[in-house]
Design a protein around this ligand. Structure first.
Ligand code: DGI
Ligand code: FE
Ligand code: FE
Length: 183
């Protein structure tokens, strides 16, 4: 279902998810499964993604509806549930929210969101920094990743789903509660 580049990305995300699961104490098989499948609908026809998204039963934010690049996670959750028979809600939600995030994510959801951001082939400036954050502390890494992502989106005149803003606010508080960090 995927071209070579995105197939390699998916394998790398799965590998990173395994690593994060081992470090942070999550089920490694679940992390691998969610990681390898997270982008499985990314290269499906946009109208197919849209139809699957709309029949998925998931709430879809108006900002998601307006941004085609966010459809594939919702469509993938539908696809792996309906066509592959995956019933584990945690895996389904990790795939559904891997692009936009939400507040109070499960450990698996955070692992897939961050595994996608810092997989081996990612080469944006500072990727090593974000990789180190993810290996060290999932909540702190979520805060930093969301801050970066929201900054990028607003700079590029992209709409931001409510769940992404809620995640940003949530992880800002989580981070404060863990200690007085001023960095
Ligand atoms: O599928 P990937 O490329 O591995 O990564 P992804 O699923 O995190 O992001 C896919 C694209 O979606 C990326 O180009 C950025 C965009 N995106 C991520 N979050 C949002 C978003 N676009 C909008 N409009 N709003 C978002 O919140
Ligand atoms: Fe994706
Ligand atoms: Fe991805």
């Amino acid at each position: 279902m995927l071209g070579k580049k995105r197939y390699i990305h998916s394998c790398n995300v799965a590998d990173m998810c395994i690593k994060l699961a081992e470090i942070h104490g999550e089920d490694v098989k679940k992390a691998y499964t969610a990681g390898i499948l997270h982008d499985c609908r990314k290269e499906a026809d946009a109208e197919v993604q849209r139809a699957e998204m709309l029949s998925s039963g998931y709430y879809v934010d108006p900002a998601e509806l307006a941004s085609k690049s966010t459809w594939h996670g919702i469509s993938a959750a539908y696809y792996i549930r309906e066509k592959l028979g995956i019933e584990d809600e945690d895996i389904l939600n990790a795939v559904r929210y891997h692009t936009v995030a939400h507040a109070a994510m499960t450990k698996l959801e955070k692992i897939v969101y961050l595994g996608d951001l810092v997989s081996a082939e990612r080469d944006f400036p500072d990727v090593e920094k974000y990789r180190a954050y993810a290996l060290k502390d999932l909540d702190d890494a979520m805060y930093r990743a969301l801050k970066w992502s929201i900054g990028n989106l607003s700079q590029n005149d992209k709409k931001i789903p409510v769940s992404t803003i809620e995640a940003y606010n949530y992880y800002m508080d989580r981070r404060k509660k863990k200690g007085d960090r001023n960095d």
